[in-house]
Ligand binder design. Structure first.
Ligand code: NAD
Length: 305
């Protein structure tokens, strides 16, 4: 029988994900606060719901792709003024929250869902809007083994790689670690490229050399931050599209919180967070909405040359 999915949050990421589920044969009922997002989802074959409560009626899966942890907790658990959605989700349905939020938010929602007889996994993603549209996201799942197994059919329809990271909240922890490392190697790559350029090197030649040397890394290989080196990445398109500085700052903030909770030292991660924050605030032009590889501008702007 066709499985019913309630999909909540059809923004930049969620819309492509929901439409891939429709293409994969799921019966998708969409809800978002934005009418534009709903209109896009309708075009992609989703059934539009007037409320989140309506979307979850008879659902087998409830997927959320929302901006932050407060919104996710408020939606599912509610507060003194609103009734949480878990009161209306069918017993034994599986909530798959794909938003990037703190592991504590995921644990609180997962525990409340379990108390209401509903299953929950956190399943944040790696890969941006292009991967969401292409159905090639990587999912990092936290939760019980059986719930991870139940999530596979849906997640494999939206992604190319699905990992079980561990217990509830572990998906979020994996995502936070990955993005902290991404910020560090992107900033390091921009720094090295600027040093070379300031000392007379051609960034294309320097990139070629480092790609075949021990400095090779994902940012250099797939996402070169220096304009003109790779024609199809955001740096060659005025840093438009891609993964916004504001979202990277959100993820680095989550890394800081995690390090405080575990008393881990993250000197490189906190330096990266400071760099991206300085970059966002120090340029005349608003950088928060630019792709995160625009950190190159921070280095070119502060160069002594
Ligand atoms: P977005 O702002 O484009 O979309 C969020 C959507 O949620 C919006 O359409 C908004 O109207 C809707 N929304 C907000 N509150 C709601 C509520 N209470 N009920 C229903 N709908 C509500 O954000 P996005 O870029 O799609 O990101 C979503 C999540 O994915 C975030 O947690 C982000 O960190 C994560 N993420 C984003 C990217 C990326 O490249 N954009 C990559 C990986 C992970």
């Amino acid at each position: 029988m066709t499985k019913k999915v309630a999909f909540i949050g059809l923004g930049n990421m969620g819309s492509g994900m929901a439409i891939n589920l429709v293409k994969g044969g799921f019966n998708v009922h969409a809800y978002d606060l934005s009418q534009t997002a709903l209109a896009n989802a309708k075009k992609g074959g989703c059934t539009i719901s007037e409320t989140a409560d309506e979307a979850v009626i008879d659902s087998d899966y409830v997927i959320s792709m929302l901006p932050n942890g407060a919104i996710v907790e408020n939606l599912f658990i509610g507060d003194s003024t609103t009734n949480g959605l878990i009161n209306n989700i069918p017993k034994n349905a599986l909530i798959i929250d794909c938003s990037t939020i703190a592991p504590e938010n995921s644990r609180r929602v997962g525990i409340a869902a379990k108390a209401a007889g509903i299953r929950f996994v956190d399943a944040p993603v790696s890969g941006g809007v292009a991967a969401a549209n292409a159905g090639t996201l990587a999912f990092m799942v936290g939760g019980e083994e059986a719930d991870f197994t139940s999530s596979q059919s849906v997640l494999n329809t939206m992604g190319a790689n699905v990992f079980h990271a561990g217990d509830l909240g572990a998906g979020q922890t994996a995502k936070i670690c990955n993005n902290m490392l991404l910020a560090i190697h992107m900033a390091g790559t921009a720094e090295a490229l600027q040093l070379g350029v300031d000392n007379g090197l051609d960034p294309v030649v320097l990139s070629d050399i480092m790609l075949k040397s021990s400095g090779c890394n994902w940012s250099l290989e797939k996402y070169n931050p220096m304009p003109g080196v790779m024609p199809t990445v955001p740096s060659s398109n005025n840093y438009q599209g891609g993964f916004m500085v504001d979202l990277m700052l959100k993820d680095l903030g989550l890394a800081m919180e995690a390090s405080i909770n575990s008393r881990s030292s993250i000197p490189m991660g906190s330096t990266a967070r400071n760099l991206f924050n300085l970059h966002k605030n120090s340029s005349g032009e608003e950088q928060g909405t630019k792709d995160f590889s625009s950190i190159q501008r921070f280095y070119s702007k502060t160069s002594g040359i």
